[in-house]
Write a protein that binds this ligand. Sequence first.
Ligand code: UDP
Ligand code: MG
Length: 322
Amino acid sequence: MPGLSPPTLSVVVPMFDEEEVLPLFVERARSVLDELGEDYEVVAVDDGSSDQTPVLLQTARRTWPQLRILRLRANSGHQAAISAGLARARGDWVVTIDADLQDPPETIVEMLEAARREQVDVVYAVRTDRSSDSAFKRSTANAFYGTMRRLSSGTGPDDAADFRLMSRATVDAVNALPEQHRVLRLVVPSLGFPSTTVGYVRDERAAGSSKYPLAKMLRLSLDAITGFSAVPLRLATWFGLGGFLVALGLLVYALIAKATGHTVAGWTSTVVIVAAFAAVQLLCLGIMGEYVARIYSSLQRRPTYYVAHDSLSPSDRSSTAP
Ligand code: UDP
Ligand code: MG
């Protein structure tokens, strides 16, 4: 039975409707972790699944005492689910890993070794081969990481997602951040703890389908950009300056045309100019709206997730992180 003293390693696994892959994950992760020879807990964060995931987790727990189940009240998203797990994980080291076996559990052993050998706080698992992802996923991921590198003054390794090992100090630092919609793959590097990387080959999802539809990917990108950069806000200034120059050119053109007696037959050009400027203005308003919405939601300080149940302390039904 897991004791009350904190384990050496916590493995945080967010899961949303993962009934198909869950038995495979349990079997493979357990054999790796039992072999490790360290005291560990697996914090399965059930992100409001509506399929058999909670039932399967309960069943697995009967024979796997190190499995701890954290159930969120509603589907709160991948990043919020990881945050919930980080807030409650007790280990000296904490690994976050996907449930779909795209991140091989065997790499955890290397990550822990690397952390101890090189005496670092963070070990990023870096994808050395993405051929198992679809071409669409790869190109959108490249665009995402490229944009983020440019916007967020380039911290952290490329091609590292949310498969990483963190020391207790790092996890405490992450938990202490007041930021609401944290994009952890950018937040963790920005904390500046000593780090190293371990390469791994990203496998195919072992079963089930992706829980990251395009809408969720866009949301993550927007959170990442607005969380780490004010560059888009400055776009309005550049658009404004550009528009001013265009307007100046048009003014000169109109004056010359008038002076030389060729008055412009104006309808088409007027409509195009008005429409173009209206579009740019709306775009800038929209960008500002994204930031204002985030300011608003961070003022409300509403938690991004609510914990319904923690199998470690079943009576504790507190709504948020400790
Ligand atoms: N996930 C989650 N909540 C969500 C969406 C996804 O906890 O709202 C989990 C999911 O169960 C998986 C991990 O996040 O363990 C990564 O999701 P997925 O593998 O579907 O994303 P992809 O690899 O397709 O980007
Ligand atoms: Mg996946």
